[in-house]
Design a protein around this ligand. Structure first.
Ligand SMILES: *Cc1c(COP(=O)(O)O)cnc(C)c1O
Length: 389
């Protein structure tokens, strides 16, 4: 890659070339899988810069540079899962630190915070960060603010720039889980966040065949601290998984455009459907988060949730009656998925809590894939019909 272009490469170009170099020995165009744990030294402590693969691995580094480039951050740090990346961020904090967390975060994040890290001398307060929260939502003693936007499964939107300004005022770090939006549609570091975290399991890899995670730090200094934690704690992304995610990212921009086109047509169909009570999709004009979403996002992908005007039994029947939409947890792959948060991803949230949070029995979540949208609409139509009998 020439570094001397006056014109910076656009995201779709960086998805393919960002942080990547042809392999210098053979000229291989694709980053090879460096499946090695260690590297030969010519003299004690005289080495190529690579000593041991927990510390440095060229395949993982190519992925880290690529994601850093997409998120417009200084350093990427890749992990064995999204939750390992999340845990690594918490290791930045001193004992007794106070974490303010959005109240609608991924269930695994909630479990890590409340069942593991809360016993490690960290304090967690869960608050509603939807829209532009009042200043006192983020108290002066906050050390880290953790948020997702849009959230799961209600796709609520938080005003990232406003929250970043409040974090700066109180000296707190801001970390944003950008798994749902992807850097194609939203780049939190440019809105003032300090760290972005992804489950690469989802859209970045995009093919439902890897579990992985990555964090991106806005500054080199924070990136260096994260690399130290990555090496010291050790939950690194393996070279094969790094290779697969890097390969997946090459088509990220085209996949996201297609996810968005398909999702918009599914949204149009749902909002007109007489049996649908409510539709959540932040880039739909009727969504309560639309104003903030259109300020900070350039689009949105395939995540939709909607409330069927029906009881749990009928909602379950719809989910069990699709042919192309696979009934499964997870999201962000090329194939369409359907799930019922009340019985599946959010079953561990106590029922009263779940209802208070708007996760009704009839709430269905879709991860709209990149199949032919006519086929997807026909599939939903026939599942709705089958559930009536
Ligand atoms: C899946 C997911 C995670 C956790 O990632 P894993 O790779 O499963 O560990 C975190 N945040 C969001 C928004 C997710 O969807």
């Amino acid at each position: 890659m020439s570094e001397s272009n006056e014109r910076p490469d656009a995201l779709a170009t960086r998805a393919i070339h960002g942080g990547q170099h042809h392999e210098p020995v053979t000229g291989a165009v694709m980053q090879p899988v460096f499946q090695t744990s260690t590297y030969a030294q010519t003299w004690p402590a005289r080495h190529t810069g690579y000593e041991y693969s927990r510390t440095q691995n060229p395949t993982r580094e190519a992925l880290e540079r690529c994601v850093a480039s997409l998120e417009e951050g200084a350093e990427g740090i890749a992990f064995g899962s999204g939750l390992a990346a999340t845990e690594a961020v918490l290791h930045l904090l001193p004992p007794g630190a106070h974490v303010i967390c959005g109240d609608d975060v991924y269930g695994g994040t909630y479990r890590l915070f409340t069942k593991v890290m809360a016993h490690r001398n960290l304090r967690f307060t869960f608050v509603d960060l939807t829209g532009t929260p009042a200043d006192d939502a983020i108290p002066a003693d906050a050390d880290l603010v953790w948020l997702e936007s849009p959230t799961n499964p209600l796709l609520k939107v938080a005003d990232i720039a406003a929250i970043a300004a409040r974090c700066k005022a109180v000296g707190a770090l801001l970390a944003v889980d950008n798994t749902f939006a992807t850097p194609v549609f939203q780049r939190p570091l440019t809105l003032g966040a300090d760290l972005v975290v992804h489950s690469t399991t989802k859209y970045l890899n995009g093919h439902s065949d890897v579990v992985g995670g990555v964090a991106v730090a806005r500054t080199a200094a924070l990136g260096e601290r994260m690399h130290f934690i990555q090496n010291a704690v050790g939950a690194v992304c393996g070279p094969w998984d790094a290779f697969l995610v890097l390969r997946g990212i090459k088509t990220l921009a085209v996949r996201m455009a297609r996810h968005q086109d398909n999702a918009r047509q599914v949204v149009d169909w749902l909002v007109r459907h007489p049996e649908v009570k409510r539709v959540h999709y932040p880039m739909w004009e009727g969504d309560p988060g639309h104003a903030v979403a259109s300020r900070q996002m350039s689009g949105f992908g395939g995540m939709i949730s909607f409330v069927l005007d029906a009881d749990l039994a009928r909602a379950e029947k719809v989910c069990a009656s699709t042919r192309l939409f696979t009934l499964a947890e997870s999201l962000g792959g090329v194939e369409s998925l359907i799930e019922l948060p009340a019985s599946m991803t959010h079953a561990s949230v106590p029922e009263a809590d779940r209802r208070a949070r708007g996760i009704e029995d009839g709430l269905i979540r879709l991860s709209v894939g990149i199949e032919d949208v006519g086929d997807l609409l026909a599939d939903l139509e026939s599942a709705f019909a089958a559930s009536r009998s």
